[in-house]
Write a protein that binds this ligand. Structure first.
Ligand SMILES: [Zn+2]
Length: 338
């Protein structure tokens, strides 16, 4: 994989990635970000940080096709490219977050990074519909971003994710994901890390997961977790524990990419429409010695025209009530058209 690094006119970093193709002709860099003003406030009862990023209220919302910021000539001032990573124009976390105000709880500047990962120069498409070759490149890009962001002294946790579909609040439809690099380890991840330090939970599960299989590639499994919280929730994990995709071999990277593509296609096939979802990468926090990297995908639909809404018990006390049994979800996903 080749990588090119640029500084945009407003100082934000831009990286282009390709197997071997030079990026297209340089265009005028017309997209300017505003200085970030984001900060953290401590939630004294939940014992975790909340991020405040007021400038995100003004972010681009459903722009017309011709002013898509992720098409060539927008955030990426090149006529053509394969995969681009650019610092978010409206960052929640950044290298220059500005001063934190002094509310009556602890606060801190929101140091870190917010990056956008643009999967393709083509406006239409999706993770499911990218070429196999492009998805394989994307896996290398995620690994490269993990490595680069974990090098930053202020970063404690790197989190690639994708929000897909209007139903989960996506405001730009060009195929893309995001990466947040946090100056702390989110509580949910700290819990997972503590569990993995004591027990090989996923490896212990493998032999009993047959009814939950959705798809497989050599060394990788896609399955509905027997304890799924969302209808049709799917996880993808290597059978052997990896701290994160940065330690995948070439063959493992390819297998993971191909399986990701198959799962995305099956989710789209489930209700014969594009499945809105949140896809979350869970890798090890910085300096953790044991973890088992996995991807958690939370589809938003529970039927073709009904959404899973988080309400009273989920929002109020964090307890999920599920209407679809994971073993039934696995069967339907295995049968879903490819
Ligand atoms: Zn676009």
């Amino acid at each position: 994989m080749r990588e090119w690094a640029f500084s945009k006119a407003d100082g934000r970093k831009l990286y282009l990635y390709s197997w071997d193709k030079e990026p297209g002709p340089l265009l005028e860099d017309s997209y300017r970000g505003q200085p970030a003003q984001a900060h953290l406030r401590w939630h004294p009862l939940q014992q975790e940080w909340v991020i405040y990023a007021p400038q995100r209220q003004g972010r681009t919302y459903h722009p017309p096709r011709q002013s898509c910021p992720f098409c060539p000539g927008g955030e990426v001032p090149f006529g053509d490219f394969e995969i681009a990573v650019v610092e978010n124009r409206y960052p929640a976390l950044s290298s220059r977050p500005g001063l934190a105000p002094q509310p009556p709880v602890p606060s801190a500047p929101a140091y870190g990074r917010s990056e956008v990962v643009i999967y393709t120069a083509n406006h239409n498409g999706s993770l499911a519909r990218l070429s196999q070759e492009r998805r394989r490149l994307l896996v290398r890009v995620w690994a490269a971003r993990y490595r680069a962001l974990y090098e930053l002294p202020e970063v404690r946790y790197v989190f690639p994710f994708e929000n897909r579909g209007e139903e989960v609040g996506v405001t730009l439809f060009h195929p893309h994901g995001q990466i947040y690099a946090y100056p702390f380890v989110p509580a949910s991840i700290a819990t997972e890390a503590a569990v993995f330090a004591k027990q090989a939970v996923l490896q212990d599960l493998w032999p009993r997961l047959d009814p939950y299989h959705v798809a497989q590639r050599p060394g990788f499994l896609a399955f509905t977790p027997p304890f799924a919280r969302f209808p049709y929730e799917v996880w993808i994990a290597p059978e052997q524990p990896h701290l994160g995709p940065w330690s995948f071999s070439e063959a493992e990277s390819d297998a993971f990419a191909d399986l990701l593509g198959e799962v995305a296609l099956r989710l789209d096939g489930l209700f014969s429409r594009e499945m809105p979802y949140v896809m979350a990468f869970h890798a090890a926090p910085k300096d953790a010695e044991s973890f088992h990297f996995h991807v958690e995908i939370y589809p938003k639909l529970r039927s073709r025209d009904k959404q899973k809404h988080l309400a009273g018990t989920e929002v109020g006390v964090g307890i999920f009530t599920a209407a679809v049994l994971p073993e039934e979800a696995a069967r339907l996903l295995r049968e879903a058209g490819r």
